[in-house]
Write a protein that binds this ligand. Structure first.
Ligand code: ADP
Ligand code: ZN
Ligand code: ZN
Length: 819
């Protein structure tokens, strides 16, 4: 009987596609294996087998699976369940989830761009077909798979691409330049006979006629410490050639003369040499109490919130819980909101757990991520995975505990593209699929989480004592409206802030300046007529970047030259409006020219090492003043910071969103928590134009409870989470007028079902992106109502819309629980 496979394609298709399995493949393939299938006109994709069966699909001719890539599944059964939950809850397709979940190297398709690895050393023999592709790539190092198919005249290249990837002859192209490390190193040593002194002497004379080879040999002797006697040092071929400034030909000459011998050395990217670990710190009495309470709570509930002030030692409590889970033979997933944070926590966990710890995030090269994925599939998976939101997609065999650190952080929410998931909430579901427990930790819980913890859905454990009684900082608010009126501000700095910065520098202590914006000046503006440059694709003002002296669109990434004069009135007086971290950096350097200043924001932390450097320099006191966006607010632990400046609270308070007060409180409380040292109270200077704003008072008084009570009352009154679940329905079209009709029609249809729970259509803050116009409809659903039913109705309306002949070009997508 003929066998069929239902597969998930990496495309936003509403359901699985069915392919026939040729006889020779029918036996080997299992659910969870990858297969290559044709789709559309002449395109090939890597798909995942979701189901295998014997029932011939009706109504269309099935195509055949081209190749089976795996002999063992690369996806575990529970992961399929998790994907199903994600796609149904977040109203997207399994294809969307697939695209987000797997590293690029595991999901090749015709449009994948592959790149020649310049460090490829031909350590393994290549087949003819592989050699053909490599030659093409040597001429043009970056090409799509379909381009290579065309140029080589070969068909269905994906299996060959896969094998070249496995051999590390090529990469799949990634957006960011990553530091790739080869898995093997080619090293050189002297041939046994060449080690004889007499032989070497003879060689020196012989090589006088080949000075390049002689130079190479001398360099080798130097690098290997050969002449010093004692132990020889390993010499890497590439380094030797580079340091001797020699050619590969000269090198090969010496190999032919049997002077050099080449050998390969496994170096393994993941396992750095076995690490010696240290004992874990004993908990103090408060931490111990929290540790015990958490375990008691886990007996009854699946989720527990650890609400602990900054520097109470939450991380130490996590470490004890992790150790306990590992001893019980379980795996742990430790989620962090931000890559910047992994640096410090990695150090701390590595010291205790050594090689049991694996790290997973997007600043790792794709090859490394594929390697971790494979390791997790095997029996020797990591006991702990530390990672950012995408690590919820990794395979686990025996997950027992999930820790979501800084659970309130908005970076847990994926905004674009689909799946628009919230990693904290998804992690809770993931844990429950495994029968595992979830611990949420933070000093400033999100309103939703605190609500769940105080209404009994989650356990709640409080940790209110700071470790070693470090005092909470004193917070001084400064009225910059008044100071501006009196012309007493120095740019963005109040006199009192500058005075404290000066004192701090004198005492050789450190300062953090927090500005919740990036770029030099978010915009430029015509002083005469008020014209502001906007992106031609998107409906947003452009951001000015001084470093590259260009305007960029932060939505589509388009860059523009800075105009010399205003296109509207031809005035040449174009001025900077607003300010970002880059401007703060410039100004503070001008005021304190002797201070060492660093800046941490999205622009200065493009690479993995960039973060590590900024943080390490600050930890080691090589930097006096650290300027940053919200990145500096997140759980970093420094011990010589005596002053924190919040430059402008109003940009946070005025943000148009129902979460803006909650967020402003969290950001200010978190960044304040960075101030203070073992024996000295820290100081926070909070600059604001809204000195009487309740949130400012709550931050100063460290009164989370009041903030929570106020916000909760508002949420209830205006029907927001945690009482209501929000679903944003986005509609996109190229034609603005048509979109208008579409949006109104859809809103009417939704209203006929959901009544007053439907708001809009509205124009979102950015009403056009990449030449597509956007409308937004908000649907509010009572939290105790069936989401299942709501989803069905939403999708029903969407289907009716798109089946309408007039609305065929409509694009609809959803953001469930938007952030
Ligand atoms: P939190 O995560 O609650 O902000 P941390 O876990 O980062 O707090 O702890 C703050 C500092 O106190 C860290 O430098 C940590 O090493 C130290 N610390 C906390 N608890 C202990 C402990 N039990 N033993 C030793 N050091 C501790
Ligand atoms: Zn003008
Ligand atoms: Zn744009």
């Amino acid at each position: 009987m003929k066998k069929f496979a239902d597969v998930i394609l990496p495309l936003p298709l509403p359901k699985c596609f069915t392919y026939a399995l040729p006889e020779d493949m029918a036996e080997g393939v299992q659910i969870g294996c990858r297969v290559i299938v044709p789709f559309g006109r002449k395109k090939f994709y890597t798909a995942i087998v979701y189901n295998i069966h014997y029932s011939t699909p009706e109504g269309y001719e099935t195509k055949e699976v081209t190749t089976v890539l795996d002999s063992e599944p690369i996806l575990l059964p529970l992961q399929f369940k998790f994907w199903e939950w994600l796609s149904s809850y977040y109203l997207c397709t399994q294809g969307d989830v697939y695209k987000a979940a797997l590293p690029s190297g595991l999901k090749l398709e015709s449009e994948t761009i592959v790149e020649f690895n310049p460090d490829f050393e031909y350590a393994v023999p290549l087949s003819d077909r592989e050699q053909t592709l490599i030659s093409l790539l040597e001429n043009k190092p970056e090409q799509t798979v379909s381009q290579l198919e065309k140029d080589s005249g070969l068909k269905n290249l994906l299996p060959i691409i896969k094998s070249l990837l496995d051999k590390e002859a090529i990469f799949v192209k990634e957006e960011l330049k990553r530091n790739y490390q080869p898995k093997q190193e080619i090293r050189v040593r002297l041939n046994e006979i060449a080690k004889e002194e007499a032989y070497l002497h003879k060689l020196f004379t012989e090589l006088e006629r080949a000075p390049k080879q002689l130079a190479l040999l001398m360099k080798y002797l130097e690098l290997s410490h050969f002449l010093n006697g004692g132990n020889l040092k390993e010499v890497i071929k590439k380094e030797l050639i580079k340091k001797a400034d020699a050619s590969p030909a000269a090198f090969n000459g010496l190999v032919e003369k049997k002077v050099f011998e080449v050998y390969r050395q496994e170096i393994g990217r993941l396992a750095t040499a076995v690490q010696s670990t240290i004992e874990i710190n004993p908990l103090n009495e408060y931490q111990l109490k929290a540790f015990q309470e958490i375990q008691t709570s886990f007996k009854k509930k699946n989720v527990c919130l650890l609400h602990g002030v900054t520097s109470s030692g939450k991380t130490e409590v996590y470490i004890h819980l992790i150790e306990k889970a590992i001893k019980a033979g379980k795996q742990v997933l430790y989620l962090l909101p931000e890559i910047a944070l992994t640096t410090q926590i990695t150090e701390r966990l590595k010291r205790v757990f050594g090689n049991k710890l694996g790290i997973y995030h997007s600043k790792f090269s794709d090859a490394e991520r594929v390697e971790i994925w494979r390791k997790q599939l095997g029996k020797e998976g990591y006991d702990i995975i530390l990672g950012v939101r995408s690590s919820i997609f990794l395979p686990f065999h025996n997950l027992g505990l999930v820790i979501v650190d800084e659970e309130h952080e908005n970076t847990y929410k994926q905004y674009d593209p689909a799946p628009r998931y919230h990693a904290r909430n998804a992690a809770i579901v993931l844990a429950s699929l495994y029968g595992a427990k979830t611990l949420l930790g933070t000093a400033t819980p999100s309103i939703e989480t605190y609500y769940n913890a105080t209404t009994g859905k989650y356990g709640l454990v409080e940790l209110n004592e700071r470790y070693q009684d470090i005092q909470l900082p004193e917070i001084l608010s400064v009225d910059i409206k008044e100071l501006s009126r009196k012309k007493r501000m120095n740019g963005q700095f109040s006199p009192i802030l500058l005075e404290h910065v000066r004192k701090t520098l004198e005492h050789k202590e450190q300062v953090i300046l927090f500005q919740n914006r990036r770029g030099f000046a978010p915009m430029i503006e015509c002083k005469t007529c008020g014209w502001v440059p906007k992106c031609k694709n998107c409906d947003v003002s452009l951001t000015y970047h001084k470093g590259i002296n260009q305007l960029t669109c932060h939505y589509c990434g388009y860059t523009y030259q800075v105009p010399r004069s205003c296109p509207a009135c031809e005035s040449v007086e174009l001025v900077n409006r607003g300010f970002g971290t880059e401007k703060v950096e410039d100004d503070i350097k001008a005021i304190f020219p002797e201070a060492k200043v660093a800046r941490m924001d999205l622009d200065t932390t493009r690479t993995r090492t960039a973060y590590e450097k900024i943080i390490a320099n600050f930890e080691q006191g090589k930097t006096d003043i650290l300027i940053g966006t919200q990145m500096v607010s997140k759980g970093l632990d420094f011990d010589n910071v005596s002053v924190v400046g919040i430059l402008n609270a109003d940009t946070m308070l005025n943000y148009p969103d129902f979460r803006s007060y909650e967020r402003a409180y969290q950001l200010m409380a978190q960044v304040s928590g960075r101030a203070g040292r073992k024996n000295k109270q820290g100081l926070v200077i909070l600059q604001t134009k809204s000195i009487d704003h309740p949130i400012i008072h709550q931050v100063i008084a460290n009164n989370y409870q009041q903030m929570y009570a106020d916000q909760l009352a508002e949420r209830q009154m205006f029907r927001y989470p945690p009482y209501y679940r929000l679903v944003y329905v986005y509609l996109k079209n190229r034609n603005a007028d048509l979109l208008d009709i579409m949006a109104r029609t859809m809103a009417e249809r939704l209203s006929s079902i959901f009544g007053s729970r439907v708001l809009g259509p509205d124009n979102p803050p950015v009403a056009r992106i990449q030449s597509l116009f956007i409308k937004k409809i908000i649907v509010k659903i009572e939290c105790n109502a069936s989401m299942e039913k709501a989803r069905r109705l939403l999708l029903q309306v969407q289907k009716e819309m798109i089946e309408d002949e007039r609305f065929k070009s409509l694009i609809v997508y959803y953001d469930v629980d938007p952030f």
